[in-house]
Design a protein around this ligand. Structure first.
Ligand SMILES: CCCCC/C=C\C/C=C\C/C=C\C/C=C\C/C=C/C(=O)SCCNC(=O)CCNC(=O)[C@H](O)C(C)(C)COP(=O)(O)OP(=O)(O)OC[C@H]1O[C@@H](n2cnc3c(N)ncnc32)[C@H](O)[C@@H]1OP(=O)(O)O
Ligand SMILES: Cc1cc2nc3c(=O)[nH]c(=O)nc-3n(C[C@H](O)[C@H](O)[C@H](O)COP(=O)(O)OP(=O)(O)OC[C@H]3O[C@@H](n4cnc5c(N)ncnc54)[C@H](O)[C@@H]3O)c2cc1C
Length: 639
């Protein structure tokens, strides 16, 4: 079949209103309209072409990114885009750039940690891009005293940085604080005296994150004016006297809470993109299984393909909804902080750290699984998956290594449990710990496979598993006389307890979403199927935890798996429509395998001929290297 919609027959199978699902996915009608309009604007502008990225050298790639960033800014001004529209535009341009750090970390750091006066001075300059900033926290070695190493945008572009460094006054070390530091001249961009700055070199993957100038920075006797220390949390007077505001010191790390929250939302974008490619291609691809000379089987109909693909589809939706909730939590904590209520900061920190860890790990693994789901063609750059993986995978490391972040969550859980004794009732995501006595001895009530579809049954199993794992850790910790030694020794178990807690959060937020009014024919029902797939897939994958803590019996584990298979069959006819609901343009997807019309093979064939190697029939180097070899072989053969 040439041209036309090769997936039309799949789209006809949908049992729900796809347009209504698009609104649910976007978060609101307004969000959908903005996203739809801006994604089409970017897709239709040749200046935002990106299919040539894997072919460019680092220098060409980087210059191209600068061109796109400048052009994007020009369009933002010309079209008078709002902040929301501008950030969508950068998102759909889909190329990591210094602007991510300027808007995503430099500005938020000043907003969160600068005084009113400092904000008035610096924010207008940054908003108009009259200065360009980055966020410099990580060190080459350890200890906030060697060289900064990694900050994005630092290497070649930033004129300023928020630098985290130890504050020492009168010989006393007050710990890490943030400072606004000018790095480069605003006239000729040369580094200011005493400053050494440059790019740290090529990173994983061709193209990919190499559009970003991650940098190195050293200071030699650089004087930072006193009023450039970010002084909302603590201050230094003209006389050099150090004082602290009546706010927790942890606010110095507030930018990370903000960015981790955005990373969770971003995980659902990256995973849904990979899943969209793999799902469409799985419906196009046919392999084996033909009977009586009929067409071969679509690979999406193999149960093994479904059991690998559909949990990822369900995860994309799960991460979307938990990301939405996390945004609410972040807004709530921000409002409370403004009213001097710091009570929910530890929970916001634990949730953002833990969910960042879980969602990025699952997304990075999920993108790679999608590549494998696409067979050999998934390994071609034109599938879009290699670049997506290479760009995405550092999310497991930046904004805090995922294991380090889970240990932060574990500390929070142990602390929450230890406070139960003093009568402090846990709230929010740890409220279930208030029922710890019940959760330690409850029995799962599943007798037949369909019992696993009851939200209360799923929730209790996940709560009991999480509570039992945390309590076991707390009991083991109490055997150590030195708590830090105990924490280090038991860190493997603590990480697993943190994972169980975070999985519970994701499952419970999906269930809460389903309790809302969701309009559109069949939409809620499909989301119910995905929610159950997500929960039962996790239960199946981690059945060792559920069984060893006695939360479920082996028979119940078996029934969960039986139910899961039935759910895959229910998801199957809706699979293509469920990925259409992401509303991604072919430009954003950047994948021949995932193109909307499913016309994969002619496009793959055509793209191959555009490769620079095919510019000439006989390649460069043939005369130099191959021809002499062939001649040599001929002589040897004659001998
Ligand atoms: C490519 C596409 C991406 C798209 C994303 C879309 C949009 C995003 C927008 C912008 C971003 C753009 C691009 C993103 C790409 C890359 C950017 C990367 C940036 C970075 O990586 S910046 C560096 C981040 N570094 C880390 O995260 C280090 C991890 N370590 C920690 O977090 C440590 O906790 C610490 C902060 C270094 C402190 O360590 P330490 O002094 O030892 O103290 P602790 O014992 O750990 O904690 C003491 C105390 O404080 C509590 N705590 C810790 N952190 C926080 C926090 N952030 N908020 C609140 N409270 C915190 C902790 O719980 C302890 O409390 P106690 O009650 O137990 O005392
Ligand atoms: C693409 C990219 C962009 C980045 N952008 C920025 C930026 O803009 N600004 C910035 O400041 N930084 C940035 N970073 C740096 C990033 O924040 C750090 O790499 C990250 O926080 C991890 O720290 P590390 O590299 O020191 O790893 P390490 O802490 O050295 O981790 C190495 C290993 O040790 C383990 N480990 C470390 N500590 C512990 C512990 N306490 N207990 C158990 N195990 C532990 C980790 O799990 C990991 O396996 C970026 C990094 C990348 C890759």
């Amino acid at each position: 079949m040439e041209g036309g919609d090769h997936l039309a027959h799949e789209r006809k199978k949908a049992q729900f209103d796809v347009e209504a699902m698009k609104i649910v996915w976007a978060g609101s009608r307004h969000a959908f309209e903005v996203s739809d309009r801006i994604s089409k604007l970017v897709a239709s502008d040749p200046a935002f072409r990106k299919d040539n990225r894997p072919m460019l050298s680092r220098k060409e790639l980087f210059k191209n990114t600068l061109r796109k960033a400048a052009y994007a800014w020009k369009r933002i001004i010309e079209l008078r885009l709002s902040e929301e529209e501008a950030s969508k535009l950068r998102f759909y341009v889909d190329e990591p750039a210094f602007t991510d750090l300027h808007w995503g970390m430099f500005l938020p750091a000043i907003k969160g940690q600068g005084t009113e006066e400092q904000q008035q001075k610096w924010l207008p300059l940054a908003y108009k891009m009259q200065i360009i900033g980055c966020y410099a926290q990580t060190e080459l070695g350890h200890g906030s005293n060697s060289s900064k190493w990694w900050p994005g945008g630092l290497g070649k572009i930033s004129t300023h940085a928020v630098v985290y460094a130890r504050l020492i006054t009168d010989g006393q070390d007050h710990g890490v604080h943030g400072f606004i530091v000018q790095l480069r001249s605003l006239d000729d961009h040369s580094p200011l005296p005493g400053i050494t700055v440059g790019d740290i070199g090529m990173k994983f993957g061709n193209g990919a994150y190499n559009t970003m100038d991650n940098g190195v920075l050293r200071f030699d006797h650089v004087r930072i004016p006193r009023d450039q220390m970010l002084m909302k949390v603590s201050q230094v007077s003209r006389e050099g006297k150090y004082s602290q505001s009546n706010v927790p010191r942890q606010l110095v790390y507030g930018t990370m809470v903000f960015v981790r929250q955005t990373i969770v939302a971003d995980a659902s974008c990256a995973l849904s993109r990979a899943v969209c490619i793999a799902t469409r291609y799985s419906a196009v691809r046919r392999q084996f299984g033909s009977q009586n000379g009929g067409p071969e089987t679509q690979v999406i109909d193999y149960k093994t393909q479904q059991s690998r693909l559909f949990p990822l589809l369900a995860s994309a939706y799960a991460f979307r909804f938990v990301g939405e909730w996390l945004k609410w939590l972040y807004t709530d904590v921000t409002q409370r902080l403004q009213a001097n209520d710091f009570s929910t900061l530890p929970e916001a920190h634990a949730c953002t750290a833990g969910l960042k860890s879980l969602t990025t790990a699952a997304t990075a693994d999920g993108i790679e699984e999608c590549r494998k789901l696409c067979g050999g063609h998934g390994y071609l750059c034109s599938s879009g998956l290699p670049e997506l993986f290479a760009v995405y995978v550092p999310a497991c490391t930046y904004e805090g290594d995922n294991t380090v972040l889970l240990l932060q969550v574990a500390r929070f859980l142990v602390k929450t449990l230890s406070q139960l004794g003093s009568g402090k009732q846990p709230v929010g995501t740890t409220a279930y710990m208030g029922q710890v006595e019940h959760l330690m001895q409850c029995h799962c009530n599943v007798q037949k496979a369909e019992d696993w579809l009851k939200p209360a049954v799923i929730l209790e199993a996940f709560e009991a598993r999480s509570a039992r794992m945390s309590v076991a850790c707390a009991k083991n910790l109490s055997k150590f006389t030195n708590p830090e030694e105990g924490f280090a020794e038991l860190s493997g178990d603590l990480v697993e307890a943190a994972i169980a807690h975070c999985q519970l959060i994701i499952v419970s937020k999906f269930i809460e979403k389903l309790q809302q009014d969701i309009p559109g024919k069949g939409v809620k029902q499909q989301l119910g199927v995905l929610c159950n797939i997500y929960a039962l897939f996790l239960l199946h994958k981690h059945q060792g935890d559920f069984l060893s803590t006695g939360c479920i019996t082996p028979k119940q584990a078996y029934l969960a798996n039986e139910q899961l298979r039935a759910l895959y069959s229910q998801a199957r006819p809706n699979a293509i429509a469920l990925v259409d609901a992401f509303n991604y343009t072919d430009h954003y997807l950047g994948s021949i395998l995932g193109c909307y019309d499913g016309n994969v093979y002619p496009k793959l064939y055509e793209a191959a001929w555009k490769d620079p190697l095919n510019d000439s029939v006989v390649p460069d180097g043939y005369r130099e290297y191959i021809w002499p070899m062939l001649k040599q072989q001929l002589r040897t053969a004659r001998l």
